[in-house]
Write a protein that binds this ligand. Structure first.
Ligand code: UD1
Ligand code: UDP
Length: 387
């Protein structure tokens, strides 16, 4: 097998977590075959949105940090493209690996494909069918600039076929003759790997937070559609606050900085009310091990996050999705995730249903066998295998 150099592009919190699955698999199984270069665009930069994950998940510190930071979409993406292009011209990798659907993903896809470096897209094919979401545009464009596309679910694989990708394509694969795979989800690899470790390493975290197992609800909110529209944001939070009080249950919310900025600047006195409410615990973003511990031991999850929706399934918890649609449609079809948007009546109905009705829910294995990262790396290596 030939030795390859792979550039991993990360930028946002979930990408660092996803890349850890690939890094770990390289370290454990392919150290002789693959040299990994990590490029961090700097899209997320607060310690608790970035550095904490490198430390905790034992990923190599980024070889390059482009330090792009926050900006409007065009400005942020263009600065990333400039920085990534420079790195790729210097490193001349065999391929570029991208995760998910952020601006860092799109920037990587454009920079790499135009320089003719094969793009490998992990989490390909997911669609919300809502192009007002920045992520939907990022996904579609990144997929169509890719050479190997790893779809985590059946639905994602079918979406790719519906857009003209052909499963029967044969090697050599190129951007014009791409290969699509149905894999599993590398986030599931991570949950299997880290859940036990979280219990050991964070043994006293719940006690420290004064939380009792199974007696709190975990919520995260960060989507632009929920945080930038303060009417929507307030409606969601007013509803959650009244439900927590009514059912005498604690609502734990590790909040994304974006949400805190909106609350502090545009809903100041309401934010104070939330902080003073005995049933609400607002936390800064927590580490991944802390987060999965919170997920594993909660009663229910309420979120607009993609990753957290899936983790609700991994930990067999019902989930209210604060969006009108989801890319992880199998969760909704399974009845264990309910789309509620920001509609107080829907949130209330699902909340009461999930707290009052005995569960009996089933959580089938939609997301692979926990060895998705190894599968992906093996396929990448095969692409470069010399005849
Ligand atoms: C981005 C992704 C989104 C993903 C999310 C994961 C895009 C278009 N969106 O959204 O798909 O679900 O990451 O968390 O790429 N901020 C800080 N500190 C940080 C990072 C952000 O204060 O370290 C604040 C800034 O006010 C910034 C805002 O959060 O303007 C939004 O950050 P940005 O990276 O643009 O988008 P996210 O909402 O994080
Ligand atoms: N996460 C975390 N700490 C937090 C909130 C989330 O470690 O305070 C993890 C979560 O467990 C999941 C990932 O971050 O693995 C999801 O990222 P996020 O919700 O920011 O983005 P999305 O998945 O919606 O793109």
């Amino acid at each position: 097998m030939s030795h390859i150099k792979l550039v991993n592009i990360v930028g946002a919190r979930p990408q660092i977590i996803k890349a850890s699955a690939i890094s770990r698999a390289i370290r454990n199984h392919y150290a002789k075959d693959i040299t990994e270069i990590i490029v961090h665009t700097g899209q997320h930069y607060d310690k608790e949105m970035s550095e904490v994950f490198f430390d905790e998940l034992e990923i190599h510190k980024p070889h390059y940090n482009l330090g792009v930071g926050s900006a409007t979409h065009g400005r942020q993406t263009s600065m990333m493209i400039t920085g990534i292009e420079e790195v790729l011209l210097k490193e001349k990798p065999d391929c570029v690996v991208l995760y998910g659907d952020t601006n860092s993903t799109l920037a990587g896809a454009l920079a790499a494909s135009k320089l003719h470096f094969p793009v490998i897209h992990i989490e390909a094919g997911l669609r919300s069918f809502n192009k007002t979401m920045p992520e939907e545009l990022n996904r579609i464009m990144s997929d169509h600039a890719s050479t190997l596309l790893f779809a985590p679910t059946n639905a994602a694989f079918k979406n790719l076929m519906a857009e003209g990708f052909r499963p029967e394509n044969s090697p050599p694969y190129t951007i014009d003759n791409p290969k699509i795979y149905l894999t599993g989800d590398i986030m599931y690899d991570n949950t299997l790997f880290f859940a036990g470790l979280a219990e050991k390493k964070k043994a006293h975290f719940l006690e420290k937070m004064l939380l009792t197992r199974n007696n709190y609800v975990l919520a995260t909110i960060h989507r632009d559609s929920n945080t930038d529209d303060i009417v929507r944001l307030k409606e969601i939070l007013v509803t959650l606050k009244s439900l927590a009080e009514e059912k005498d249950i604690v609502l734990v919310m590790p909040l994304h900085p974006r949400t805190v900025v909106s609350l502090k600047t545009r809903l100041k006195s309401f934010y104070e009310d939330l902080n003073n409410c005995a049933h609400i615990k607002i936390l800064p973003p927590v580490s991944y091990l802390e987060m999965i511990l919170l997920e594993k031991n909660c009663r229910m999850i309420i979120t607009d996050s993609g990753g957290v929706q899936k983790e609700s399934h991994f930990f067999k918890k019902p989930c209210i999705v604060l969006r009108n649609e989801t890319e992880w449609i199998e969760l909704v079809n399974n009845g264990t995730a309910k789309l509620a948007g920001a509609d107080p009546d829907k949130i209330r109905t699902e909340f009461l249903r999930f707290t009052d009705t005995p569960s009996g829910h089933k959580y089938p294995g939609f997301y692979g066998d926990g060895k998705t990262a190894e599968f992906i790396l093996n396929e990448i290596l095969l692409m470069f295998e010399k005849e």
